[in-house]
Design a protein around this ligand. Structure first.
Ligand code: ADP
Length: 634
């Protein structure tokens, strides 16, 4: 036992305590994953060493082979993992093994429900890492030394996984980390060579470094104990360098869990090798679930970058556009320099062409998923649809492809689920329909019942119903799909083109002519509130409607801009009325100018309410309406 100095006891960060508690109580059904997590950390530590050693070869301290060793002691009931990676200093151990550095941790903790089943899913998304040791151990000792520091600067970290941990400074001859798990009673099954070998084969075969276990050898004659011989139990080659046909689905899935820190299998993946002018391999994954921090700016995103098999950078953001930030994976380039930096990546033209190729790969993979696994694609859309909607604005070149991946609610569904693709929409469009109709609004209930849909319902024409906050903004970037232009049914003078018969059009013109007097009277009554008054041909049941001017901001955009404190140009709606409605007939016959004025304002305000807008003068509306009600009951 080496001498321990400067011993101190420190408390875990609150979040760590909560996480530990949860982990111990909710991950009991799949305890063996602790080994995968610890091996994954050891592998990351070796990757880091290899990378730092590129500029500081001294760190390799003589250059022993980089590897991970797992051993056990049946009598002492311990499992030990040892790596010769980058290691930790005393300060490293205190911060890395006492706090959680991930952005949004506190937020994440708030999502926990106390329901163990649900929470274990959440923990899965969060990634448990080192602390998973406490699933099987009631005491964990970590002995470590940071590469490049003196042997006297080793650290011993020790904890029972409760409220606190101890650290002391020790001598450690070899750099790297040794973790000793003192198994809980009842968990000694893990102190077994076969068991450990099987777990390593199952979860960590893809780890690119050798993972060694002691071989059972008989003692030589005259010796009490056999000499330990080590044996590599994993395949120990980088997964993405192997030919696709030789890789099993399970291997792809375990590799995903390693790089993504996810517990669940991915939905899909795409593995490619590019040769020619540029040479690189890529392995890209679509996760099954959105990370809890998908919408946080500083959340991790991007791919793991390797240059000629050497790990260079985590979260290399320059290889995919922002709207594909949920994609996980690896790129391994033969063209980049080993000392490439984030700044260089941003400017390098090689990266641009890799980015557009990788983007296309992802979009192709999603197209395939949508086509072959529509149920899975539904799940994908629920999780990532909102982010995909950022695509058309960010990625002009792939606009049409992205549009094909979008999913919407529509009048042809009944529950507001976003399942209708534009290709489906066009495939069942009415004969002669050369437009894609849509309506935006705040909620599904509101748009579903909007008077704007009346004529479409009558003619059986499908309308897409868009109620995500981002939708109006999205539609400002989409002009057409498959040669058919998008038409907002609440906007401008609705022209149904070929869908209206010649007779319909003639009849409409005649009605409009006969109502010219009423139009003028309404213009006078409504005055400054409206840009225009006209006879509507989109109404069958409602008396009136407000249409948005062709160039004006829609309600959603206006509300978003106003909420963010921006000044929004004032725009007036167009008042359209339904000449066949009894209220309009009544209005037309109204002799008193005062009552005509009241009734027109009430109709105007009602139309605003039906569109989900708020009234400029709600008190005036109530006063006018009550006045009419009193007259009615008199
Ligand atoms: P994560 O790996 O997701 O960052 P962990 O809780 O698994 O979270 O580990 C926390 C940190 O502890 C790691 O990021 C790393 O800095 C450090 N660490 C864990 N295991 C090792 C190891 N074997 N060698 C060096 N550092 C390690």
């Amino acid at each position: 036992m080496s001498v321990e100095t400067q011993k101190e006891t420190l408390g875990f960060q609150t979040e760590v305590k909560q996480l530990l508690h949860l982990m111990i109580h909710s991950l009991y059904s799949n305890k063996e994953i602790f080994l995968r997590e610890l091996i994954s950390n050891a592998s990351d530590a070796v990757d880091k060493l290899r990378f730092e050693a590129l500029s500081k070869p001294d760190l390799l301290e003589g250059g022993a082979e980089l590897k991970i060793r797992v051993s056990f002691d049946k009598d002492a009931k311990t499992v030990t993992l040892e790596d010769n990676g980058i290691g930790m200093s005393r300060e490293d151990a205190i911060t890395h093994l006492g706090t959680i550095a991930k952005s949004g941790t506190a937020d994440f903790m708030k999502h926990l429900t106390g329901d163990q089943k649900k929470d274990s899913h959440l923990i899965g998304q969060f990634g448990v890492g080192f602390y998973s040791a406490f699933i099987v151990a009631d005491k964990v000792d970590v002995y470590s030394r940071r590469a490049g520091t003196a042997a006297s600067e080793g650290v011993h970290w020790s904890s029972k996984g409760e409220g606190d941990f101890e650290v002391a400074t020790i001598d450690k001859a070899e750099r790297g980390t040794r973790i000793v798990l003192h198994l809980k009673s009842g968990e000694d099954e893990f102190a077994d060579g076969w068991r450990l070998r099987n777990i390593i084969k199952k979860y960590s075969d893809h780890i690119a470094l050798p993972i060694e276990l002691p071989k059972e050898v008989a003692a030589a004659e005259g010796e009490e104990k056999p000499a330990v011989e080590w044996e590599t139990v994993n395949r120990a080659s980088a997964l993405w360098t192997r030919p696709r046909t030789e890789i099993k689905d399970e291997e792809y899935q375990e590799f995903y869990k390693h790089i993504a820190h996810d517990f669940e299998n991915p939905l899909s993946w795409s593995h490619n090798k590019v040769e020619g002018k540029l040479e690189y391999s890529s392995l890209l994954y679509v996760p099954a679930r959105a990370p809890f921090d998908l919408y946080q700016r500083e959340a991790p995103k991007g791919l793991k970058l390797y240059v000629q098999r050497v790990f260079v950078m985590d979260q290399a953001e320059s290889f995919l556009p922002l709207y594909l930030r949920f994609i996980k994976g690896v790129v391994d380039s033969n063209d980049l320099s080993l000392n490439v930096s984030r700044e260089i990546l941003q400017k390098d033209p090689i990266i641009d062409s890799m980015k557009s190729a990788l983007t296309k790969r992802v979009l192709d993979m999603l197209e395939k998923l949508a086509k072959n696994e529509p149920e899975q694609y539904k799940g994908f859309w629920k999780n990532f649809g909102q982010v995909m909607k950022e695509g058309p604005a960010e990625d002009f070149a792939n606009k049409e492809k992205i549009a094909g991946l979008l999913r919407f609610a529509s009048t042809h569904g009944d529950d507001g689920e976003q399942v209708v693709g534009l290709a489906d929409y066009l495939a069942r469009a009415k004969e002669g329909q050369d437009k894609i109709y849509y309506l935006t609004g705040e909620t599904y209930a509101q748009v579903k019942n909007s008077p704007h849909l009346e004529v479409f319902r009558k003619k059986g024409i499908e309308v897409l119903l868009l109620t995500d906050r981002i939708d109006e903004w999205l539609m400002s970037y989409l002009n057409d799909f498959d040669g058919k232009s998008f038409v907002d049914v609440a906007r401008g003078d609705l022209d149904l083109g070929n869908l209206d018969s010649e007779e319909d059009k003639k009849a409409a013109e005649e009605v409009a002519k006969s109502k010219e007097g009423l139009v003028e009277r309404l213009k006078t009554a409504l005055g400054e509130s409206v840009a225009e008054v006209r006879v509507s041909h989109r109404l069958t049941d409602s008396p009136a409607i407000l249409a948005i001017g062709e160039q004006d901001l829609g309600l959603q955009m206006r509300q978003i801009l106003e909420a963010s404190g921006q000044k929004v140009p004032d725009s007036k709606p167009i008042f359209e009325f339904n000449p066949a409605h009894p209220l309009i007939e009544k209005l037309d016959n109204e002799q008193s100018d005062e009552r005509f004025g009241d009734l027109s304002h009430i109709l105007f305000d009602q139309a605003a309410l039906a569109a989900g807008d708020s009234l400029k003068d709600p008190a005036a509306y109530v006063r006018r309406l009550n006045k009419l009600l009193v007259e009615l009951s008199a």
